[in-house]
Design a protein around this ligand. Structure first.
Ligand SMILES: Nc1nc2c(c(CN[C@H]3C=C[C@H](O)[C@@H]3O)cn2[C@@H]2O[C@H](COP(=O)(O)O)[C@@H](O)[C@H]2O)c(=O)[nH]1
Length: 417
């Protein structure tokens, strides 16, 4: 796993505030520009205005599974969030399964859940997680772990050998499950859901006027305990904290249980948490002209998205979606996406930090819009929230054919996004 301790800062003392502060500082230090003009160009674009409400309301976290208890559903959402990575394997996954990272992880979770409810022991407990094998995960994901290689001694003979990117990904998934299961067992927890419920209860006890106070408690518990949630680094001597999967976990629980009174304790308010910064958010913000990399030469980021500053291309992306042809989508051959720039760990932390901070700035600009300068039907822009903006950016990237073709950057070998 990519967790070289010499490149990692200490855990923060105040989570949400330090995520915001370190991401803003890194964006500035790396000369990545996000101007008010570029933000307003996005907010008032036809693309944003026409699709924001529809797309940001459709969260897709209602699973068609019959959970026997709230505990069971929270456990499911927690392990789903633990495994909410694999973006670096999007293209090979598309080649093999026709689906991207998120849909493959969802399929794996379905498989783990269904196998657990029909077999003896549950794979979703601390003990079960430690027993999972590479072949089990590959079966549940319906992926092939072999690559074809010429036989070492017999010329002309091709043999299948374990290897290739999908094998690497499956190993990362298995290591993450084993390691998390071991930690849970060592602290006497039955499963990840039990741990998360206890953390939420502790968060409830710390509710205060600051909406992020209880989020901080939950994050400190989850991130503090499990290496696979310790999404942080040091870049050019500066600490940077993203915690994408832990923030996503808390928000997923809020989406599912926030408006019901099913839980015997209060869950945090996530309306002001930082966005869940992965590879999609920064890439889309670059393509939509909000993140400007042209001065960011220290790590060569200015060369990574050629064409992103082309005016005609930007106009077209910010306009309405292109007319779709009448051919039904399921009869069209599915073309796998093209791989985007492959980045180092440092480069990807810089871009993820820039996206996280850019989203903070987008919300600030939206809030500061003068009401009398807006037509009434656009007042809603002033009230958009960070998690809604996250969902819009993430989901619009799949909503339009021209956005689906936009390259997302790739970092292999990470369990954080
Ligand atoms: N920022 C942000 N990143 C997100 C999500 C989600 C899941 N979204 C659904 C769940 C709840 C929401 O309400 C959505 O319905 C996945 N990812 C990331 O994308 C990566 C790329 O995946 P793909 O394009 O498939 O290959 C994946 O490794 C994962 O790191 C999100 O919501 N926000």
């Amino acid at each position: 796993m990519n967790l070289n301790s010499s490149l990692r800062p200490p855990l923060p003392t105040s989570y949400v505030a330090e995520v915001r502060k370190t991401c803003a500082a890194l964006r500035n230090a790396q000369k990545i520009d996000v101007t008010d003009a570029a933000i307003k160009r996005l907010l008032f674009s036809s693309s944003f205005l026409k699709s924001f409400k529809r797309i940001s309301a459709n969260h897709g976290l209602n699973f068609p599974l019959n959970f026997p208890s709230i505990h069971s559903e929270i456990n499911f959402l927690s392990i789903l969030s633990l495994l909410n990575f694999a973006s670096g394997y999007r293209v090979p996954l598309h080649h093999q399964t026709g689906r991207g990272a998120w849909d493959n992880i969802r399929a794996l979770m379905f498989g783990l859940y269904i196998t657990s409810s029909t077999s003896q022991g549950s794979l979703l407990t601390a003990k079960g997680m430690q027993t999972i094998t590479v072949h089990q995960v590959a079966d549940l994901m319906s992926v092939n772990l072999h690559v074809e290689k010429p036989h070492s001694e017999i010329p002309g003979l091709i043999v299948g050998k374990l290897g290739g990117p999908i094998f690497d990904l499956v190993k990362l998934i298995v290591t993450t499950l084993h390691e998390t299961g071991e930690v849970l067992e060592s602290i006497g927890e039955l499963d990840l859901g039990s741990f998360v419920i206890k953390s939420l209860k502790e968060g409830d006890a710390k509710q205060s006027a600051d909406p992020n106070a209880s989020v901080d408690v939950v994050l400190s518990k989850i991130v503090g305990a499990f290496p696979a949630f310790q999404d942080m680094a040091i870049v050019d001597g500066q600490p940077v904290y993203c915690f994408k999967k832990a923030l996503f976990l808390v928000h997923a629980i809020v989406i599912r249980f926030g408006s019901s009174n099913k839980l015997p304790f209060q869950i945090p308010d996530t309306s002001q948490v930082p966005v869940f910064s992965d590879n999609v958010l920064p890439s889309i913000l670059v393509h939509l002209g909000v993140i400007d990399l042209s001065r960011s030469t220290a790590h060569g980021l200015h060369t990574k998205f050629p064409g992103a500053t082309d005016g005609a291309r930007l106009d077209s992306l910010l306009g309405l979606p292109p007319q779709v042809s009448n051919t039904p989508t399921d009869t069209k051959p599915k073309i796998p996406p093209k791989e985007g720039p492959i980045l180092t760990k440092e480069q990807s932390y810089i871009l993820r930090a820039a996206a996280l901070d850019a989203c903070e700035r987008i919300i600030e600009v939206a809030r500061s819009l003068a009401e009398d300068g807006l037509p009434m039907e656009q007042y809603w822009i002033k009230n958009i929230t960070l998690p809604e903006l996250d969902l819009w950016l993430w989901a619009v990237a799949k909503d339009r054919t021209d956005y689906r073709e936009l390259e997302r950057f790739v970092e292999k070998d990470t369990v954080f996004f």
